[in-house]
Ligand binder design. Structure first.
Ligand SMILES: *Cc1c(COP(=O)(O)O)cnc(C)c1O
Length: 376
């Protein structure tokens, strides 16, 4: 059994993907081919924002927004404690200080009270200049943007949606990657919308930021490539990846997001009351980058993982370590306690999840978990 079955997806889409790749090969426009601009239009339209700027990967996407906002030494950027390392790494990379806030046990996303406390603590201390909030759509579910946008406004902070896992989700009718002042996503193969290598994108309605981003992704170009008006870098989406994503985006919109929601529903029906199943508040729609259950203790979680492995059921622990406990961030001050994150790191377990899962597989996995916990 596969944790995320990319082979089955390729089998289903093979004809179209192969043709899309061959088209790029015969055009020989490997960088900046027409597929890149087409894809950017399609993505912007799907998300419902004015500009989509593709780039090399999801981490570059975050970094480029930090650069566009001139985040630098002495600035504080608020980052969830429970997320993938890159969400905080990009802040430190610019020389600024990531300040970690806690997440909610139910949604795995921003705990608004904790964020407020972190902002207050930084302001009271008076050493750092509070500049921006990064919110993450963890495991596919959008964070609480109505609260986040309000807090950002009240405190004159910029808001960045890290939608690397959230692409395809929505709040009401408003899609993920359309919240805050800018949003980013990743097309890493295992993400909800993945390519066949690295890729990423930035979404914004801000014309000035969009123009800046288009410049820095190509060596700070001005009116053309050999007119360099600022120091930038090289971070672009390959034409081949764009062509693959055009095919995959179609399947994603037509049935994949719906399919993962059906898988999640089946899991929840079979596991509700047996383990803590993920909670999706009423107005939220998840793209289910992960289906994450919570166990009672680290011992129980680790035992279940081991026993499932014996049955050839792969599971993952996202994430075993809080951001504030990472060695690389060892020198950072803790402005607020992140107790929920610490608990989640010990108790979460992500089950196999992808749009091509069969009912028998879901039933088998849930059945094994029930057996291990003696709840037949
Ligand atoms: C995957 C991921 C990233 C980084 O994306 P890459 O394309 O791997 O660089 C950033 N943030 C989150 C939350 C992610 O899950």
């Amino acid at each position: 059994m596969q944790f995320r079955d990319l082979k089955e997806q390729y089998r289903v889409l093979k004809e179209d993907i192969d043709q899309a790749v061959l088209n790029v090969m015969s055009d020989c426009n490997f960088i900046g081919g027409k597929q890149v601009a087409e894809l950017e239009r399609e993505l912007a339209e799907y998300v419902g924002v004015k500009h989509c700027i593709t780039c090399g990967n999801g981490t570059d996407a975050l970094s480029m927004v930090m650069m566009a906002w001139d985040i630098k030494e002495g600035d504080a950027v608020f980052v969830p404690d429970f997320t993938f390392f890159a969400s905080g790494e990009v802040v430190a990379f610019e020389g600024a200080t990531p300040v970690f806030y806690d997440v909610c046990m139910d949604t795995f996303n921003a705990d608004i009270d904790s964020l407020k406390a972190a902002i207050k603590a930084v302001k009271e201390e008076g050493k750092l200049n509070p500049k921006a909030i990064i919110a993450v759509d963890l495991f596919g579910q959008p964070a609480d943007y109505s609260s986040l946008e309000k807090i950002a406004e009240e405190n004159h902070l910029l808001l960045l949606e890290d939608g690397a896992q959230g692409f395809g989700g929505r709040i009401g009718e408003k899609r993920a990657c359309s919240f805050g002042n800018a949003a980013t996503t990743s097309f890493f193969p295992a993400k909800p919308l993945g390519c066949y290598g690295d890729g990423g994108a930035i979404f914004t309605n801000d014309d000035v930021v969009a123009e800046y981003l288009e410049s820095i992704r190509v060596h700070g170009k001005g009116t053309f490539k050999y007119d360099n008006v600022r120091v930038g870098w090289n971070s672009r989406l390959d034409t081949i990846q764009a062509a693959i994503l055009q095919v995959k985006l179609k399947a994603f919109c037509e049935y994949e997001v719906e399919a993962v929601n059906k898988v999640a529903e089946q899991y929840t029906n079979l596991l509700y009351g047996v383990v803590k199943t993920p909670i999706v508040p009423k107005e939220m729609y998840s793209s289910w980058a992960q289906y994450t259950i919570q166990l009672e203790s680290k011992e129980q979680r680790d035992e279940i993982q081991k026993k499932l492995k014996e049955k050839d059921i792969p599971t993952m622990i996202y994430y075993p370590k809080a951001m504030h406990k990472q060695t690389a961030f060892g020198n950072l001050k803790e402005y607020v306690e992140c107790k929920n994150t610490e608990k989640l790191c010990d108790t979460v377990l992500a089950l196999p999840m992808h749009p091509y899962m069969k009912t028998e597989e879901i039933e088998f996995i849930a059945g094994e978990i029930r057996k291990i916990l003696d709840r037949k």
